[in-house]
Design a protein around this ligand. Structure first.
Ligand SMILES: [Zn+2]
Length: 154
């Protein structure tokens, strides 16, 4: 078994800094996440998410959740983008499916029309004499081809 690491935020195996993807909902310790503003010199006024417990106890160099808000948002956007790509793919597949469905319905309608025409041809043939048969067949086949073409092109 290979050790597959997931980026799931809901996983209890997610521990330590920077391991959480996106906006953290809850620290691994169970404490809610709070949004704070940094007052440090390298990152003045930079917003960050912090474990509520660690923030209340002013912990330092601990393993509780810490994540810059801007980095979390970039993660969220990246996740959304990949989700969007998936949706687009699904939409494409749906469109292809519906197109095939339309084609199928169109073909069925055409088949039905052709069958009805054939019945009419047979009726007409039964009534007409031998000399008119050939002309009738040619005309009706021509009709069928024209209807078929206009249906397929339309
Ligand atoms: Zn915590």
């Amino acid at each position: 078994m290979s050790n597959v690491s997931t980026n799931s935020t809901g996983s209890s195996s997610v521990r330590g800094r920077g391991r959480v993807v996106g906006v953290p909902k809850r620290c691994w310790c169970g404490e809610a996440i709070v949004a704070l503003t940094s007052k440090s010199d390298p990152n003045p006024y930079r917003r960050y998410f912090r474990c509520g417990f660690a923030a209340a106890n002013r912990l330092r160099n601990d393993e509780h959740t810490f994540k810059w808000v801007d980095e979390a948002l970039v993660n969220e956007i990246e996740t959304l983008t990949s989700k969007n790509a998936g949706l687009e793919q699904q939409l494409k597949e749906l469109r292809t499916e519906s197109l095939e469905f339309e084609k199928m319905v169109c073909e069925k309608v055409l088949m039905k029309m052709e069958n009805e025409l054939l019945e009419k041809v047979e009726d007409a043939l039964a009534e007409s004499n031998a000399r008119n048969k050939k002309i009738l067949i040619v005309v009706l086949i021509g009709c069928m081809i024209m209807i078929g073409c206009s249906k397929l092109l339309g």
